[in-house]
Design a protein around this ligand. Sequence first.
Ligand code: BDR
Ligand code: CA
Length: 310
Amino acid sequence: MKIIIDCDPGVDDAIALLLALASPEIEVLAVTTVAGNVPAERTFDNGRRVVALAGRPDVPVYRGCEGPLLGPLVRGKYSGAGGLGGSLLPESTAPVEAAHSVDVLIANILSAAEQGEQITVCTLGPFTNLAVALAREPFIARGIDRIVSMAGAFAAGGNRTPSAEFNVLADAHAAEMVLRSGVPVVLMPLDLTFQALATPARVADLRGRGGRITNLAADLITFYDRNDPARYGEPGGPLHDPTVIAYLLRPELFGGRPAHVAVELAGHHSFGQTVGDFFNTTGKPANATVLNRLDAPGFFDLLWKRLAKA
Ligand code: BDR
Ligand code: CA
């Protein structure tokens, strides 16, 4: 399966990249980075560090949009100042690509569409790059089979405001543009990703598997530990972004349902909230599949095994 990963590394983005790069079922055509957890310059540098760590400097990493289409800049809170838990990863030897993430998205998807193929676009950060690409070249919608995104919050409530999840809040207009694009979207909202909880016992299991990447991954995850048992039911931090890649590999670990999803763009208290019409009160056709059930033991078994093999 050919994919592009659009991301803002970010600790959990880094773990998601490592999972994708360790998975032979997946061909990562490009990693397009965007401002989000940290500024664009850092997400780009972090992306290059991760592909080098994975021993895959052949996978090109690009720098993308510097901030949201509209509205204030919102930064991530949990990945440390540099975005990767205080730069635990070595400097990258991967090339410094000059092309912009938006151009790369358009070029790859157009070339697939011209050959009658389609690409899966995974987004692990704010939707800015993809929204700009779709606005510039709406035709690319035909070259995307689905957009699989870590984004949104429904019954779980938000993580950056009472109602908004970070990736949507950081560019709510872009998120709405993507949801309106006509391309099927699969959403991994907080309702699902809070179940992907890296508890101390699970991190100890990862460390016990040995190897350089497993240890570095365990260090990153430990740094990222939100330790908010009141919210998650147990100690630990949720590994949001790797759920996107795990879904491509093992969709049977996930459950959810289709709905029409819109982003609140006018609310004062609820700006950036994802509103799901699960009972079709509006009569609008579903534009997304919203996942809210995770087989957490199955997810961690897959993730830890692949990291140990990386
Ligand atoms: C999302 O926000 C970021 O901080 C994480 O990388 C994840 O993509 C969770 O709300
Ligand atoms: Ca992210």
